[in-house]
Design a protein. Sequence first.
Length: 426
Amino acid sequence: MRLEWGAATDRGLVRTMNQDSMVANGKIFAVADGMGGHLGGEVASKIVVDFLTKLEGFAGKQGLFEAVKEANVAVFEHSLTTPELSGMGTTLTMLVPFEADDEFDRDLIEILSVGDSRAYLLHDLDLIQVTEDHTYVGELLRSGRISVQDASMHRAKHVLTRAVGVEPDIEVDLWEIQPYAGDVILLCSDGLTNELVEPQIRKTLIEHTDPQLAAQELVSMAKKSGGSDNITVIVVRVVEASPVAPVEGATAGRGIDSVAPLDRKGASPNEARSKTPLSRITISTNTKRTATTAIPTPIPRREVQRTSLALKILRTTLFLLAVTVVAGVVAGVVDIYAKNSYYVGSSGKYVAIYQGRKGGVLWFDPKLVKVTSVAVASVNQARQVELSSGVVEPSLAAANLFISNLMSEVKSQKQFQSSPTTVGSG
């Protein structure tokens, strides 16, 4: 397989620094979009890219997983030893070309994804989004709860559900592509996709066959459209590729279904998951209720009178026992629920993280975990309304991730308000 590539990055027209990092050296292509406030995002993305660049190679798909997991630990441990970088993280979208060691000796392209930096495939003039956005809005869109139009305008579209370095462990999506000569793969941070729609990206990749010129043109177009974030683009063109391996029962040509996500443990191509969601499994039963064969004989009246007192005592005892057991179970469940729930609210003038639920659950009052440096007055009005109600998160790490996103929003808002002439300068 022979590749040509080009890459470009720019801080945009609003941000004061570029927190994106990238590498494109023929062995590995990666885009990392850092997050976590001042310096945090820049440090996180650089740690990941530097770590991956220093590796001499990968031992197959499992080696890719292990490399990303080690990079995740490197960022996480660095944030623990540097308080001012607490909660930092980064997206990561990476392309690695492989020559598969199988009977067909075919070429393969592996694409890994964590976060909302994207990978696209241009094949036969069709532009396919390979990766899925690991964002709150992305989850709503995939579940059918909102439309594509709603997703593009949603105020929480930048809230990540996965990022490298936020937690000690990480969940990675792996996609496998059999390349054709003429295919173009685009890796980009959301600074590009926030400003340009897919028809614009497709048109540019078709018109600019030189990958470097295509990358530069996409960055330039994103800046002209607003440049509200850092913009990083890598364009990889497949010049030559080995013949595609025959697949039993497959028809000629390739459609979008051939770009399928692999099992996160590194499954073989034959075990690849389809992009189509698994259908629900319904278990039915044909068991029929048997008919009553006889009418019970009434109990004699004197036996009823003799046993009524004993039955009352037994029933009362069983009832009290049942109430006690239920109360114990409820108390245990509530205790677990309260101790494993978190929400982001306010403590005085600052944003804070609490353990528990706002207002408390039964006799469990929320516990203050951390008061951040983010002033409530510095966030926009919509966020202030959310904070007053309490933003529920499933874990402390998720609450810290929300704070990191909030810090980025505050920073972007301040920069935009303080330098209005910069945007107009072009």
